[in-house]
Design a protein around this ligand. Structure first.
Ligand code: CDP
Length: 210
C-alpha cells in the first residue's frame, strides 16, 4: 500500500487544481475520481441509457469493460476500450453526473478501481468520498470548501454551463456515500484564498503532520 492523500469537497471548490499542484510538488500521481463518474455518465448517454433509471444504469455498467490503471504517472481510464476524457466536461454530463453517481453499483465498481490504484503508486486522490469511503485510513485528508456563491461564479468564469447547486444537493443527500467532511479531514475554506494560498496551507499542514 502506497501513501494516499485524500482531497474532498463540493463542486468548484478549487480541489482539482489544488490536488494537481500538491501531487506535482510531492511527485505523487494525481487521480481525479470525478472524471471517472463523468466518464461513465458520458458513456451511458452515448448508449442512450436513461440515467434516471437506476436499474438500467446498473445493467449497462455491469456489461461494460472498465479499465483503470496508472501509466507513466498518469491515470488511464477506458470504457470498452474507449477514452471518454475528451467529453467529460460536456454540459449534458454536468447535468446528469450526480444522478449516475448516486447509483450504488456504479460507486461499487469505481471505488474498487480507485482503491486498487494505491497498490501501484503514491496518490493524491480527489473526489467526494475519498477520505470517508475510498481510503478512510488515508495518510492525510483535506476538505476544500468555499461559499456557494463564490463557487458558482468560479464555474461560470470557466465558461461552463453547470448548475452546481443542483449537483451539490444530490451529492450531499444521496444514500450511498454522500459528500461529507471526514471527522479527521483538515478543512480549508478557499472562498477568499488564491490557489497558491490553499496549496501552501495544505503543504504546511502535510509537513507538520508527517
Ligand atoms: O469538478 P467538479 O467539482 O465539478 O466535480 P467532479 O469532481 O468532476 O465530480 C463530478 C460529479 O461526480 C460530482 O458532482 C459527484 O456527483 C460525482 N462524484 C462522486 O460522486 N464521487 C466522487 N468521488 C467524485 C465525484
Amino acid at each position: 500500500m502506497h501513501t494516499v492523500i485524500a482531497i474532498d469537497g463540493p463542486a468548484a471548490s478549487g480541489k482539482s487544481t489544488v490536488a494537481r499542484q500538491i501531487a506535482e510538488h510531492l511527485g505523487y500521481t494525481y487521480v481525479n475520481t470525478g472524471a471517472m463518474y463523468r466518464a461513465v455518465t458520458w458513456w451511458l448517454l452515448e448508449k442512450g441509457v436513461d440515467t434516471s433509471d437506476a436499474a438500467a444504469v446498473e445493467k449497462a455498467v455491469r456489461q461494460a469493460r472498465v479499465e483503470c490503471r496508472i501509466e507513466k504517472g498518469e491515470t488511464i481510464f477506458r470504457l470498452d476500450g474507449v477514452d471518454p476524457m475528451p467529453h467529460v466536461r460536456d454540459a449534458r454530463v454536468n447535468d446528469k453526473v450526480s444522478q449516475v453517481a448516486s447509483v450504488p453499483y456504479v460507486r461499487e465498481v469505481l471505488v474498487s478501481k480507485q482503491q486498487s490504484l494505491a497498490g501501484h503508486a503514491d496518490l493524491v486522490m480527489e473526489g467526494r468520498d475519498i477520505g470517508t469511503v475510498v481510503f478512510p485510513k488515508a495518510h492525510s485528508k483535506f476538505f476544500i470548501d468555499a461559499d456557494p456563491v463564490v463557487r458558482a461564479k468560479r464555474r461560470q468564469g470557466q465558461g461552463e454551463a453547470d448548475v452546481i447547486a443542483k449537483r451539490d444537493k444530490i451529492d450531499s443527500s444521496r444514500k450511498t456515500s454522500p459528500l461529507t467532511r471526514a471527522a479527521d479531514a483538515y478543512l480549508i475554506d478557499s472562498s477568499t484564498l488564491s490557489i497558491e494560498e490553499v496549496v501552501s496551507r495544505a503543504l504546511e499542514h502535510l509537513s507538520k503532520s508527517s
